[in-house]
Design a protein. Structure first.
Length: 333
């Protein structure tokens, strides 16, 4: 089986030759290739080249065109600070003046900010890898994009004080993400990861997830599936046990679970959904290869009879991760 077939089999709980492995290599691909991170996140050709080189080095089952969490908010008018060899950070939020809400327009992914660079990377990777390796795009979740437009503190206050206004923003962000996600699929991504850190119970109570975020995620995933995504992957880190009960209704096919969630708890909560996780990201810096390999083997054993599993880190592998630790994960057996 090739990697694409392996992943499809895992998602559908079919018999496969080996468990697919997704070290979540984003910025690490730049560091691995001696490319400054601030250059990597602004150049689609660099992203594609570095991902291909990382794939050749490690032999894992997916490539990632994830840039950072600020792509959409920058395209909508937030000002970013680009720092040498680091991820960009927001210097000024697009909605720091709340009166600008009605002035926002859904951006054109072909011409807005760094969106075209992600599409360029996807096109290059699809031309090189065809359907042999899973090509992952990325969009934020509606809640996360809202917090990237307002700032997390302002967003939380608005949920309490101006809930109807905040829901209007969520509807808008969902429209943005649908358009960007469909553009990624059209460019050749097999699926866009929906990366939604602000929807974690570590950030908002699970009742707000149920009432505000879940309906928008359902609309987003339905649109991506209709556009040809091979699966719906929801990536929320942190203690997600309290919100997993909504994943099936939302339309999730692959659910990320972080190191703080026990594998058996995730299995019990999501018996029919492919799970992706959950080695602690910092372990790829701090641990030794034999420790990583032991954790990988324990996870494989936990899912041996169930199936429906992709071995992965709980979140992004840090850019400065040790190569021998990533090797240990990919070559768990």
């Amino acid at each position: 089986m090739n990697s694409f077939e392996r992943v499809i089999g895992a998602v559908n709980f079919q018999k496969i030759d080996k468990i697919p492995v997704f070290p979540q290599i984003f910025g690490h691909a730049a560091i691995l290739n001696g490319i400054p991170l601030d250059q990597y996140i602004q150049n689609g050709e660099l992203i594609a080249d570095c991902q291909l080189n990382a794939l050749k080095k490690y032999g894992h089952d997916a490539v990632f065109t994830v840039i950072d969490v600020n792509v959409e908010t920058e395209a909508l008018g937030s000002e970013l600070l680009y720092r040498k060899n680091q991820y960009a950070v927001i210097n000024k939020y697009a909605l720091s003046d709340k009166n600008n809400i009605d002035k926002l327009k859904v951006p054109d992914p072909e011409n807005s900010g760094r969106m075209p660079e992600m599409l360029k990377a996807i096109k290059i990777l699809r031309s090189k890898l065809k359907n042999d390796i899973i090509i992952n795009g990325c969009v934020l979740g509606p809640m996360t994009l809202a917090t990237q437009l307002l700032g997390i503190e302002n967003a939380l206050y608005m949920i309490i004080d101006e809930k109807n206004r905040f829901e209007k923003i969520l509807d808008f962000t969902c429209d943005v993400l649908i358009r960007f996600g469909i553009a990624q699929i059209s460019a050749g991504a097999h699926l866009p990861i929906v990366f939604d850190p602000s929807a974690s119970p570590a950030v908002i109570p699970h009742k707000l997830f149920r009432d505000l975020e879940a309906p928008r995620l359902k609309r987003l995933f339905s649109s991506l599936k209709d556009a040809g995504a091979i699966a719906n992957w929801l990536h929320i880190a942190g203690p997600t046990e309290s919100i997993m009960t909504y994943y099936d209704e939302i339309g999730v096919n692959i659910a990320n679970f972080d190191y703080c969630v026990k594998p058996q708890d995730a299995i019990d909560k999501l018996p029919g959904i492919c799970l992706d996780g959950n080695i602690k990201s910092l372990s790829f810096i701090e641990s030794k290869p034999d420790e990583i390999q032991l954790q990988a083997c324990q996870l494989i054993e936990a899912f041996d009879k169930r199936g429906g599993f992709i071995l992965s880190s709980g979140c992004e592998i840090p850019p400065e991760s040790r190569a021998d630790n990533i090797y240990a994960m990919v070559n768990y057996n």
